[in-house]
Design a protein around this ligand. Structure first.
Ligand SMILES: Cc1cc2nc3c(=O)[nH]c(=O)nc-3n(C[C@H](O)[C@H](O)[C@H](O)COP(=O)(O)OP(=O)(O)OC[C@H]3O[C@@H](n4cnc5c(N)ncnc54)[C@H](O)[C@@H]3O)c2cc1C
Length: 119
């Protein structure tokens, strides 16, 4: 396996270029990470919201924080900020958080988040 450091760009459907060198393969697997999608939540585009990419750039601890979405990452971030001293509220579309978990685990996670300081 060869490791070449640097930004890659496509030359054609079977060739990429990195640092002036070209690499060819029949198949090219793109795994360059992802960006948060901005969902069509009314009013969201009009406010200065944070995402998982900007949350960690805060230079001071916010006094309060609302997290939209109580999935795994929302719960994880909520708990982390609550433990650091921020007043955290999690808004979640269903009655239990961590929607990928089973209903029972989600309910238990909701209780756990409340104990750890999230509302
Ligand atoms: C807050 C948060 C918490 C998470 N916690 C967990 C967890 O506890 N457990 C878990 O399993 N997952 C967790 N995840 C998810 C996990 O981080 C991602 O699923 C994982 O990093 C994705 O890996 P990836 O290789 O697809 O992308 P990345 O890790 O983002 O790697 C992509 C790489 O591609 C490079 N790249 C981009 N463009 C180019 C280009 N043109 N040429 C060459 N290189 C390029 C980038 O520099 C980067 O190094 C978390 C994610 C977030 C946001």
């Amino acid at each position: 396996m060869k490791l070449r450091e640097g930004p890659a760009s496509f030359v054609d459907g079977e060739t990429i270029e990195v640092g002036g060198r070209r690499f060819r393969a029949k198949r090219i697997f793109v795994c360059v990470g992802s960006h948060p999608a901005v969902p069509p939540i009314p009013g969201l585009r009009d406010v200065d919201y944070l995402t998982n990419e900007t949350l960690f750039s805060l230079d001071r601890l916010p006094e309060s924080l609302i997290i939209l979405g109580g999935g795994a990452i929302g719960c994880e971030m909520g708990q982390a900020f609550a433990r650091l001293g921020t007043r955290v509220s999690i808004a979640h579309a269903t009655s239990t958080s961590c929607r990928t978990a089973t209903r029972r685990r989600g309910a238990s996670s909701s209780r756990c988040s409340r104990r750890k300081g999230s509302r």
